[in-house]
Design a protein. Structure first.
Lengths: 153, 153
């Protein structure tokens, strides 16, 4: 096994032994160096966003002091869920290497597929989304775009 | 304007005045009480995941010491991106009220639509996803499911 994937598995194992969350670990590598490693901590922190991928993206961007992780590869023990996939895109990571598929993840009780199906409008959305159009948003956006000193990201 | 939405707009304004990130604010309410409020901090923390919604979900779950936010409503100044939408589902939030649409957000330069299109396979994915099947994932998942004391979430 690739040494970086092996590290991701060791992280996952550490996570379940500590009861931190699901059996998922991840590592971010840049230029052959590990710059972040972590595991799922949903239970440890009572944080539904604390997936392994989110944790290592935050760690890596903090370490590099960059909100774009160009040139980075993410090794993760399982296929990223829709939240983590979107975060990977926002982070501009180059490449993701994963082991278990989302079908295998579903078999052990994690409902990533439901969230994908909601996004694809294949199933009813249990969350009620209400659009409330407001003039205030035009004013706010204008204030933002009028500021020519703003950092565009 | 609804007082909670007004608070979300005040947060967004605070965020852009501080140069913390994009013009987005959010508030989480439970039983008529605000339990979390925040704004985009992508630039402040160099963190591509620091969208207003993610920040308030993490704050609220920490405050309530629960990884599920049942009974909560999220007020947010703009339609959540795919990362935040998935996080909202993982968090089991009941209801989301938003003002600006994703089309309006696109007009001021945020490419949520690109990420949605990638998820919907409407456009090429700039990130290379590589599946590397490994027996190790079966062993890890078995170790996880064999632990009958584990908390299922």
């Amino acid at each position: 096994m690739d040494k970086f994937m092996q590290m991701a598995f060791l992280e996952a194992e550490k996570g379940i032994e500590a009861g931190a969350g699901g059996p998922f670990g991840a590592v971010i590598v840049k230029d052959g160096e590990v710059i972040a490693s972590g595991h799922n901590e949903v239970l440890k922190h009572n944080d539904p966003t604390a997936h392994a991928e989110m944790i290592v993206i935050r760690q890596a961007s903090s370490a590099l002091q960059e909100y774009h992780l160009k040139g980075c590869t993410l090794y993760v023990t399982a296929e990223p869920c829709p939240m983590c996939s979107a975060a990977i895109h926002w982070a501009h990571i180059d490449k993701v290497v994963y082991a278990a598929t989302k079908e295998e993840v579903a078999e052990i009780g994690f409902d990533d597929a439901l969230i994908s199906d909601i996004a694809l409008h294949k199933t009813d959305d249990p969350v009620l989304f209400v659009h409330r159009p407001l003039l205030e948003s035009k004013r706010l956006f204008k204030k933002y775009t009028d500021d020519t000193d703003r950092i565009i990201y």
